[in-house]
Design a protein around this ligand. Sequence first.
Ligand code: SF4
Ligand code: SF4
Length: 371
Amino acid sequence: MQTRTLGRTGIEVSAISLGTEYLINLPQEHVDGVIHYAIEKGINYFDLFYGLPDFRDILGRSFRGYRDRVHLTAHLGAIVENGQYGLSRDPQLALQYFEDYLRRYHTDYVDVLFLHNSDGQQDYDTLMAPGGLLELAQRLQREGKARAIGFSGHTASTARQAAESGAIDVVMFPINLAANAVPGKRELFQACAAHDVALVAMKPFAGGKLLQAESRMALEIYQSGGDPMELEKRGAVTPVQCLHYVLSQVGVSTVVPGCKSIAELDQALAYWEADDAARDFSELLVAFAQYETGACVYCNHCLPCPSVIDIGQVNRLLDMATTELTPALRAAYAALPASGADCIQCGACEARCPFGVAVIDRMEQAAALFA
Ligand code: SF4
Ligand code: SF4
Protein backbone atom coordinates (compact mmCIF):
# COMPACT_ATOMS: atom_id res chain seq x y z
CA MET A 1 0.00 0.00 0.00
CA GLN A 2 1.35 3.42 -0.93
CA THR A 3 0.98 6.08 1.75
CA ARG A 4 0.64 9.83 1.34
CA THR A 5 0.86 12.72 3.78
CA LEU A 6 -2.44 14.24 4.84
CA GLY A 7 -1.39 17.81 4.07
CA ARG A 8 -0.13 19.92 6.94
CA THR A 9 -1.41 17.47 9.55
CA GLY A 10 1.65 15.34 8.79
CA ILE A 11 -0.45 12.18 9.27
CA GLU A 12 0.58 9.37 6.91
CA VAL A 13 -2.48 7.78 5.34
CA SER A 14 -2.99 4.94 2.90
CA ALA A 15 -3.55 6.32 -0.62
CA ILE A 16 -6.60 4.06 -0.93
CA SER A 17 -8.75 4.14 2.19
CA LEU A 18 -12.23 3.00 3.06
CA GLY A 19 -15.61 4.69 3.27
CA THR A 20 -17.83 2.64 5.58
CA GLU A 21 -21.33 3.70 4.58
CA TYR A 22 -22.00 0.56 2.53
CA LEU A 23 -21.39 -1.64 5.57
CA ILE A 24 -24.58 -0.41 7.17
CA ASN A 25 -27.17 -3.09 8.04
CA LEU A 26 -24.65 -5.89 7.64
CA PRO A 27 -23.91 -8.39 10.44
CA GLN A 28 -20.99 -8.08 12.86
CA GLU A 29 -18.98 -10.96 11.35
CA HIS A 30 -19.26 -9.49 7.86
CA VAL A 31 -18.19 -6.00 9.00
CA ASP A 32 -15.33 -7.50 11.03
CA GLY A 33 -14.21 -9.39 7.93
CA VAL A 34 -14.12 -6.29 5.70
CA ILE A 35 -12.48 -4.00 8.28
CA HIS A 36 -9.84 -6.54 9.31
CA TYR A 37 -9.08 -7.41 5.68
CA ALA A 38 -8.67 -3.72 4.88
CA ILE A 39 -6.24 -3.25 7.78
CA GLU A 40 -4.32 -6.35 6.73
CA LYS A 41 -3.99 -4.86 3.23
CA GLY A 42 -2.49 -1.64 4.61
CA ILE A 43 -5.57 0.60 4.72
CA ASN A 44 -5.22 2.87 7.74
CA TYR A 45 -7.79 5.66 7.15
CA PHE A 46 -11.48 5.01 7.67
CA ASP A 47 -14.25 7.50 7.12
CA LEU A 48 -17.05 7.11 9.68
CA PHE A 49 -19.86 9.60 9.32
CA TYR A 50 -23.00 7.67 10.22
CA GLY A 51 -24.46 8.40 13.65
CA LEU A 52 -26.71 5.34 13.89
CA PRO A 53 -25.96 3.82 17.32
CA ASP A 54 -26.18 0.16 16.26
CA PHE A 55 -23.88 0.75 13.32
CA ARG A 56 -21.41 2.59 15.55
CA ASP A 57 -21.47 -0.31 18.00
CA ILE A 58 -20.72 -2.83 15.26
CA LEU A 59 -17.87 -0.79 13.80
CA GLY A 60 -16.63 0.03 17.29
CA ARG A 61 -16.29 -3.70 18.00
CA SER A 62 -14.52 -4.24 14.66
CA PHE A 63 -11.90 -1.62 15.48
CA ARG A 64 -11.28 -2.86 19.03
CA GLY A 65 -7.61 -3.74 19.42
CA TYR A 66 -6.70 -1.88 16.21
CA ARG A 67 -7.03 1.78 17.32
CA ASP A 68 -3.28 2.39 17.25
CA ARG A 69 -3.09 1.14 13.64
CA VAL A 70 -5.90 3.22 12.15
CA HIS A 71 -6.89 6.84 11.61
CA LEU A 72 -10.58 7.40 12.26
CA THR A 73 -12.72 10.35 11.21
CA ALA A 74 -15.87 11.74 12.79
CA HIS A 75 -18.35 14.20 11.29
CA LEU A 76 -19.86 17.01 13.34
CA GLY A 77 -23.40 17.68 12.21
CA ALA A 78 -24.27 14.16 11.02
CA ILE A 79 -27.15 13.01 13.21
CA VAL A 80 -30.00 10.50 13.21
CA GLU A 81 -33.60 11.56 12.52
CA ASN A 82 -36.41 9.03 12.58
CA GLY A 83 -33.85 6.24 12.45
CA GLN A 84 -32.16 7.65 9.37
CA TYR A 85 -29.21 9.82 8.49
CA GLY A 86 -29.85 13.51 9.14
CA LEU A 87 -28.00 16.83 9.19
CA SER A 88 -27.95 19.42 11.97
CA ARG A 89 -26.10 22.66 12.68
CA ASP A 90 -26.98 22.68 16.37
CA PRO A 91 -23.66 22.59 18.30
CA GLN A 92 -25.29 21.01 21.35
CA LEU A 93 -26.69 18.15 19.30
CA ALA A 94 -23.43 17.78 17.37
CA LEU A 95 -21.55 17.52 20.66
CA GLN A 96 -23.91 14.81 21.91
CA TYR A 97 -23.27 12.75 18.78
CA PHE A 98 -19.53 13.30 19.08
CA GLU A 99 -19.43 12.13 22.68
CA ASP A 100 -21.55 9.14 21.70
CA TYR A 101 -19.02 8.43 18.93
CA LEU A 102 -16.10 8.35 21.38
CA ARG A 103 -17.99 5.95 23.64
CA ARG A 104 -19.10 3.58 20.93
CA TYR A 105 -15.71 3.53 19.16
CA HIS A 106 -13.90 3.00 22.50
CA THR A 107 -11.53 5.89 21.90
CA ASP A 108 -10.82 9.30 23.39
CA TYR A 109 -9.93 11.13 20.19
CA VAL A 110 -10.51 11.21 16.43
CA ASP A 111 -7.86 11.85 13.83
CA VAL A 112 -9.91 14.17 11.61
CA LEU A 113 -13.06 15.87 12.82
CA PHE A 114 -15.08 17.05 9.82
CA LEU A 115 -17.66 19.81 9.65
CA HIS A 116 -20.08 17.57 7.85
CA ASN A 117 -21.56 17.93 4.40
CA SER A 118 -21.78 21.66 3.84
CA ASP A 119 -23.19 22.93 0.57
CA GLY A 120 -23.97 26.50 -0.38
CA GLN A 121 -22.82 29.82 1.00
CA GLN A 122 -25.50 30.17 3.64
CA ASP A 123 -24.66 26.88 5.30
CA TYR A 124 -20.93 27.62 5.10
CA ASP A 125 -21.46 30.97 6.84
CA THR A 126 -23.52 29.25 9.56
CA LEU A 127 -20.81 26.66 10.21
CA MET A 128 -17.98 29.15 10.36
CA ALA A 129 -19.75 31.88 12.36
CA PRO A 130 -19.08 32.43 16.09
CA GLY A 131 -21.01 29.80 18.03
CA GLY A 132 -21.07 27.48 15.00
CA LEU A 133 -19.67 24.00 14.44
CA LEU A 134 -16.19 25.26 13.62
CA GLU A 135 -15.93 26.79 17.05
CA LEU A 136 -17.03 23.49 18.60
CA ALA A 137 -14.46 21.56 16.56
CA GLN A 138 -11.71 23.95 17.63
CA ARG A 139 -12.69 23.52 21.28
CA LEU A 140 -12.58 19.73 20.92
CA GLN A 141 -9.20 20.01 19.26
CA ARG A 142 -7.86 22.12 22.15
CA GLU A 143 -9.15 19.45 24.54
CA GLY A 144 -7.14 16.80 22.66
CA LYS A 145 -10.20 15.06 21.24
CA ALA A 146 -9.45 15.86 17.59
CA ARG A 147 -6.05 15.93 15.90
CA ALA A 148 -7.16 17.86 12.81
CA ILE A 149 -10.24 19.69 11.53
CA GLY A 150 -11.82 18.90 8.19
CA PHE A 151 -14.61 20.19 5.98
CA SER A 152 -16.76 17.98 3.75
CA GLY A 153 -19.10 19.11 1.02
CA HIS A 154 -19.91 19.09 -2.69
CA THR A 155 -19.73 22.82 -3.47
CA ALA A 156 -16.39 23.88 -4.94
CA SER A 157 -16.71 27.57 -4.01
CA THR A 158 -17.30 26.99 -0.29
CA ALA A 159 -14.82 24.11 -0.10
CA ARG A 160 -12.27 26.53 -1.52
CA GLN A 161 -13.17 29.13 1.10
CA ALA A 162 -12.67 26.47 3.76
CA ALA A 163 -9.25 25.63 2.34
CA GLU A 164 -8.29 29.30 2.36
CA SER A 165 -9.73 30.00 5.83
CA GLY A 166 -6.68 28.84 7.76
CA ALA A 167 -9.00 26.89 10.10
CA ILE A 168 -9.38 23.73 8.01
CA ASP A 169 -6.66 21.10 7.57
CA VAL A 170 -8.49 18.61 5.34
CA VAL A 171 -11.14 19.08 2.64
CA MET A 172 -13.28 16.11 1.63
CA PHE A 173 -14.77 16.61 -1.82
CA PRO A 174 -16.28 14.40 -4.56
CA ILE A 175 -13.61 13.69 -7.15
CA ASN A 176 -14.36 11.39 -10.05
CA LEU A 177 -14.14 11.08 -13.80
CA ALA A 178 -17.67 12.31 -14.35
CA ALA A 179 -17.07 15.46 -12.32
CA ASN A 180 -13.85 16.40 -14.08
CA ALA A 181 -15.21 19.64 -15.48
CA VAL A 182 -17.12 20.83 -12.42
CA PRO A 183 -16.71 24.62 -12.32
CA GLY A 184 -14.35 25.79 -9.60
CA LYS A 185 -12.78 22.39 -9.02
CA ARG A 186 -9.38 23.31 -10.39
CA GLU A 187 -9.25 26.48 -8.27
CA LEU A 188 -10.24 24.45 -5.21
CA PHE A 189 -7.41 21.99 -5.80
CA GLN A 190 -4.94 24.81 -6.27
CA ALA A 191 -6.10 26.51 -3.07
CA CYS A 192 -5.62 23.25 -1.17
CA ALA A 193 -2.13 22.84 -2.59
CA ALA A 194 -1.19 26.44 -1.78
CA HIS A 195 -2.33 26.14 1.84
CA ASP A 196 -1.10 22.55 2.32
CA VAL A 197 -4.67 21.48 2.99
CA ALA A 198 -5.17 17.78 2.25
CA LEU A 199 -7.79 16.63 -0.23
CA VAL A 200 -9.72 13.49 0.64
CA ALA A 201 -11.55 12.24 -2.43
CA MET A 202 -15.02 10.91 -1.86
CA LYS A 203 -17.37 9.32 -4.40
CA PRO A 204 -14.60 8.04 -6.72
CA PHE A 205 -17.18 5.85 -8.48
CA ALA A 206 -19.87 8.59 -8.44
CA GLY A 207 -21.92 6.55 -6.01
CA GLY A 208 -21.38 3.39 -8.10
CA LYS A 209 -22.93 4.92 -11.23
CA LEU A 210 -19.64 4.96 -13.08
CA LEU A 211 -19.30 1.19 -12.63
CA GLN A 212 -22.75 0.35 -13.93
CA ALA A 213 -23.04 -1.20 -17.35
CA GLU A 214 -25.61 1.16 -18.86
CA SER A 215 -24.12 3.00 -21.77
CA ARG A 216 -25.99 6.26 -21.21
CA MET A 217 -26.84 7.61 -17.81
CA ALA A 218 -27.46 10.96 -16.24
CA LEU A 219 -25.18 11.87 -13.36
CA GLU A 220 -26.04 14.54 -10.88
CA ILE A 221 -23.01 16.63 -10.12
CA TYR A 222 -22.98 19.74 -7.96
CA GLN A 223 -21.71 22.96 -9.44
CA SER A 224 -20.06 25.68 -7.42
CA GLY A 225 -23.44 27.16 -6.56
CA GLY A 226 -24.79 23.84 -5.33
CA ASP A 227 -27.23 23.33 -8.21
CA PRO A 228 -27.12 19.92 -9.87
CA MET A 229 -26.12 19.57 -13.48
CA GLU A 230 -26.66 16.55 -15.68
CA LEU A 231 -23.74 14.75 -17.25
CA GLU A 232 -23.73 11.76 -19.54
CA LYS A 233 -21.77 8.58 -19.17
CA ARG A 234 -21.11 6.88 -22.47
CA GLY A 235 -19.25 3.74 -21.56
CA ALA A 236 -18.29 1.22 -18.90
CA VAL A 237 -15.58 2.22 -16.44
CA THR A 238 -13.48 0.03 -14.15
CA PRO A 239 -12.68 0.73 -10.48
CA VAL A 240 -9.00 0.85 -11.44
CA GLN A 241 -9.60 3.59 -14.02
CA CYS A 242 -11.73 5.54 -11.55
CA LEU A 243 -9.07 5.34 -8.86
CA HIS A 244 -6.25 6.21 -11.23
CA TYR A 245 -8.06 9.38 -12.25
CA VAL A 246 -8.60 10.37 -8.62
CA LEU A 247 -5.08 9.55 -7.44
CA SER A 248 -3.64 11.50 -10.38
CA GLN A 249 -5.28 14.77 -9.36
CA VAL A 250 -3.46 17.64 -7.68
CA GLY A 251 -3.27 17.44 -3.89
CA VAL A 252 -5.23 14.22 -3.31
CA SER A 253 -3.96 12.50 -0.16
CA THR A 254 -6.36 9.60 -0.09
CA VAL A 255 -9.48 8.29 -1.75
CA VAL A 256 -12.30 6.66 0.22
CA PRO A 257 -14.19 4.19 -1.96
CA GLY A 258 -17.19 2.70 -0.22
CA CYS A 259 -16.89 -1.11 -0.34
CA LYS A 260 -19.41 -3.45 1.21
CA SER A 261 -17.48 -6.69 0.78
CA ILE A 262 -14.00 -8.11 0.55
CA ALA A 263 -14.64 -8.75 -3.14
CA GLU A 264 -15.36 -5.05 -3.74
CA LEU A 265 -12.33 -4.08 -1.70
CA ASP A 266 -10.20 -6.40 -3.83
CA GLN A 267 -11.52 -4.70 -6.98
CA ALA A 268 -10.28 -1.39 -5.61
CA LEU A 269 -6.96 -2.77 -4.34
CA ALA A 270 -6.34 -4.33 -7.77
CA TYR A 271 -5.23 -0.81 -8.59
CA TRP A 272 -1.80 -1.54 -7.16
CA GLU A 273 -1.24 -4.49 -9.49
CA ALA A 274 -2.75 -2.89 -12.61
CA ASP A 275 -0.48 -1.91 -15.50
CA ASP A 276 -0.53 1.44 -17.27
CA ALA A 277 -2.94 0.23 -19.94
CA ALA A 278 -5.46 -0.95 -17.36
CA ARG A 279 -5.20 2.34 -15.48
CA ASP A 280 -5.45 4.60 -18.52
CA PHE A 281 -8.58 6.73 -18.34
CA SER A 282 -7.73 9.35 -20.94
CA GLU A 283 -9.88 8.09 -23.82
CA LEU A 284 -12.71 7.58 -21.40
CA LEU A 285 -12.59 11.14 -20.22
CA VAL A 286 -12.74 12.37 -23.77
CA ALA A 287 -15.73 10.11 -24.41
CA PHE A 288 -17.51 11.76 -21.49
CA ALA A 289 -16.96 15.08 -23.23
CA GLN A 290 -16.62 16.51 -19.74
CA TYR A 291 -13.20 18.04 -19.85
CA GLU A 292 -11.78 21.47 -20.37
CA THR A 293 -9.81 21.69 -23.60
CA GLY A 294 -6.24 22.65 -22.87
CA ALA A 295 -6.32 21.65 -19.19
CA CYS A 296 -4.04 18.78 -18.19
CA VAL A 297 -5.63 15.90 -16.26
CA TYR A 298 -2.20 14.32 -15.48
CA CYS A 299 -2.99 11.04 -17.22
CA ASN A 300 0.41 10.72 -18.99
CA HIS A 301 -1.27 9.44 -22.11
CA CYS A 302 1.22 11.67 -23.97
CA LEU A 303 4.29 9.62 -22.95
CA PRO A 304 6.88 8.47 -23.89
CA CYS A 305 8.91 11.65 -24.06
CA PRO A 306 12.40 11.42 -25.65
CA SER A 307 13.71 13.58 -22.81
CA VAL A 308 12.05 11.25 -20.25
CA ILE A 309 10.02 14.10 -18.78
CA ASP A 310 7.14 12.96 -16.57
CA ILE A 311 4.80 15.37 -18.35
CA GLY A 312 1.81 14.76 -16.10
CA GLN A 313 3.87 15.43 -12.99
CA VAL A 314 5.47 18.59 -14.39
CA ASN A 315 2.01 19.87 -15.31
CA ARG A 316 0.66 18.91 -11.89
CA LEU A 317 3.46 20.79 -10.08
CA LEU A 318 3.02 23.77 -12.39
CA ASP A 319 -0.71 23.92 -11.62
CA MET A 320 -0.06 23.60 -7.90
CA ALA A 321 2.57 26.34 -8.01
CA THR A 322 0.38 28.74 -9.97
CA THR A 323 -1.32 29.88 -6.77
CA GLU A 324 1.79 29.80 -4.59
CA LEU A 325 5.27 28.46 -5.23
CA THR A 326 6.06 26.76 -1.93
CA PRO A 327 9.43 25.26 -0.90
CA ALA A 328 7.82 21.80 -0.98
CA LEU A 329 6.78 22.26 -4.62
CA ARG A 330 10.26 23.56 -5.48
CA ALA A 331 11.79 20.49 -3.85
CA ALA A 332 9.40 18.12 -5.67
CA TYR A 333 10.27 19.76 -8.99
CA ALA A 334 14.00 19.66 -8.27
CA ALA A 335 13.74 15.93 -7.52
CA LEU A 336 12.33 15.10 -10.98
CA PRO A 337 14.76 13.13 -13.14
CA ALA A 338 13.94 15.47 -16.05
CA SER A 339 12.25 18.86 -15.97
CA GLY A 340 10.51 21.30 -18.27
CA ALA A 341 13.88 22.74 -19.23
CA ASP A 342 14.78 19.40 -20.84
CA CYS A 343 11.99 19.66 -23.42
CA ILE A 344 13.41 19.56 -26.97
CA GLN A 345 10.08 20.69 -28.42
CA CYS A 346 9.64 17.62 -30.61
CA GLY A 347 5.83 17.92 -30.31
CA ALA A 348 5.26 14.14 -29.98
CA CYS A 349 3.34 14.62 -26.73
CA GLU A 350 1.03 17.25 -28.16
CA ALA A 351 0.08 14.89 -30.98
CA ARG A 352 -0.81 12.22 -28.42
CA CYS A 353 -2.60 14.36 -25.82
CA PRO A 354 -6.37 13.83 -26.15
CA PHE A 355 -7.06 17.07 -24.28
CA GLY A 356 -5.37 19.62 -26.49
CA VAL A 357 -2.78 20.62 -23.88
CA ALA A 358 -0.07 22.96 -25.20
CA VAL A 359 2.65 20.86 -23.62
CA ILE A 360 5.62 22.69 -25.12
CA ASP A 361 4.35 26.01 -23.74
CA ARG A 362 3.66 24.37 -20.38
CA MET A 363 7.20 22.98 -20.20
CA GLU A 364 8.55 26.46 -20.93
CA GLN A 365 6.33 27.94 -18.22
CA ALA A 366 7.50 25.33 -15.73
CA ALA A 367 11.14 25.95 -16.60
CA ALA A 368 10.67 29.69 -16.06
CA LEU A 369 8.66 29.39 -12.85
CA PHE A 370 10.92 26.86 -11.15
CA ALA A 371 14.19 28.42 -12.42
S1 SF4 B 1 -0.53 16.69 -21.43
FE1 SF4 B 1 -2.39 15.61 -22.03
S2 SF4 B 1 -1.86 13.46 -22.22
FE2 SF4 B 1 -0.19 14.49 -21.11
S3 SF4 B 1 -0.66 14.24 -18.96
FE3 SF4 B 1 -1.60 16.15 -19.56
S4 SF4 B 1 -3.66 15.67 -20.22
FE4 SF4 B 1 -2.55 13.73 -20.11
S1 SF4 C 1 7.64 18.22 -26.81
FE1 SF4 C 1 8.96 18.20 -25.01
S2 SF4 C 1 7.74 17.30 -23.41
FE2 SF4 C 1 6.76 16.77 -25.35
S3 SF4 C 1 7.58 14.76 -25.90
FE3 SF4 C 1 8.85 16.31 -26.90
S4 SF4 C 1 10.51 16.68 -25.46
FE4 SF4 C 1 8.92 15.62 -24.32
